[in-house]
Design a protein around this ligand. Structure first.
Ligand SMILES: Nc1ncnc2c1ncn2[C@@H]1O[C@H](COP(=O)(O)OP(=O)(O)OP(=O)(O)O)[C@@H](O)[C@H]1O
Ligand SMILES: [Mg+2]
Length: 248
């Protein structure tokens, strides 16, 4: 059944195994339009597998995934490619092309997926770089950037096709607190200024505090707690309590 109109991302009873390892054992979540859902959980709990199963980089074994009213887990490849253009994805680890300048990393996406000419692409690339406050770094290479700057380029690249929904896998891992705040505030602004709905995987409490509308805590293949960040932090479930004690 399609979710209600105000639900941008809907996952119903999602399962995913690798061989005999049952990683996701029935995940159900709704992300309302214009909100950020944060997924937290220990290392190896299946957070990246969940996000990849939603965007169909991995095929779920069972369940339903709806993005903007379209059921995506049953789409053929060519239809999926079209839907993917409205989905922004920031990978764990960044995944910039190291042999291309910052400018070309962004320009390449427009070149590949639109019929815009180089002259038309330029203001779009520069607008995205201005948005993450890095226009002066356009002609640098990824190796010349700090960790936080690379994450911001990854963000600019993910929004360049004006996606309606975004998926972030650990967007602030390895950053100092100032950069964590900068990147997290950009994620919150994408929701507030552009009405983008998103799923954000993070270990980072500061990031969760800045971006989260709803929090889902993954453990043992299921969400064992959900609600506001405060509600989840106060969960009586021992695994949840241990996680937040360790990340303080
Ligand atoms: N392509 C794959 N093939 C086989 N097993 C996989 C594959 N991808 C993930 N797994 C397994 O699924 C489990 C969950 O992995 P996942 O990457 O989702 O963890 P995570 O919660 O994102 O952890 P981290 O916080 O360290 O990034 C792990 O046991 C992992 O080994
Ligand atoms: Mg991961």
């Amino acid at each position: 059944m399609p979710p209600p109109d105000n639900i941008a991302i809907s996952v119903h009873d999602l399962h995913k195994s690798f061989g005999t390892v049952h990683v996701l054992k029935g995940i159900t979540m709704d992300v309302e339009e214009g909100t950020n859902a944060v997924v937290m959980g220990g290392s190896g709990s299946g957070k990246s597998v969940l996000i990849k199963s939603i965007v169909q980089l991995l095929k779920p074994d069972r369940g339903e995934v709806w993005i903007n009213g379209v059921r995506v887990d049953t789409l053929e490849d060519d239809e999926l490619d079209r839907v993917r253009l409205s989905i922004g994805y920031v990978f764990q680890g960044g995944a910039l092309f190291d042999s291309m300048s910052v400018y070309d990393n962004l320009d390449f996406i427009l070149y590949r997926h639109t019929s815009m000419r180089a002259k038309e692409r330029e203001p779009v690339v520069m607008e995205a770089l201005e948005w993450v406050r890095l226009p002066e770094h356009a002609h640098k290479y990824p190796a010349e950037l700090s960790g936080g700057q690379k994450k911001r380029v990854g963000l600019a690249r993910a929004i360049i096709l004006q996606p309606a929904v975004m998926f972030y896998d650990e967007p602030t891992t390895g950053l100092d607190p100032v950069s964590v705040r900068t990147v997290s505030e950009l994620i919150a602004r994408l929701r507030d200024d552009r009405d983008i709905s998103s799923v954000v995987i993070t270990h980072d409490l500061l990031c969760a505090e800045i971006v989260a509308d709803d929090v889902f805590f993954l453990d043992g293949g299921r969400f064992v707690a959900s609600g506001t960040l405060d509600e989840v932090r106060k969960s009586p479930i021992p695994e949840v309590g241990n996680f937040y004690r360790q990340s303080r």
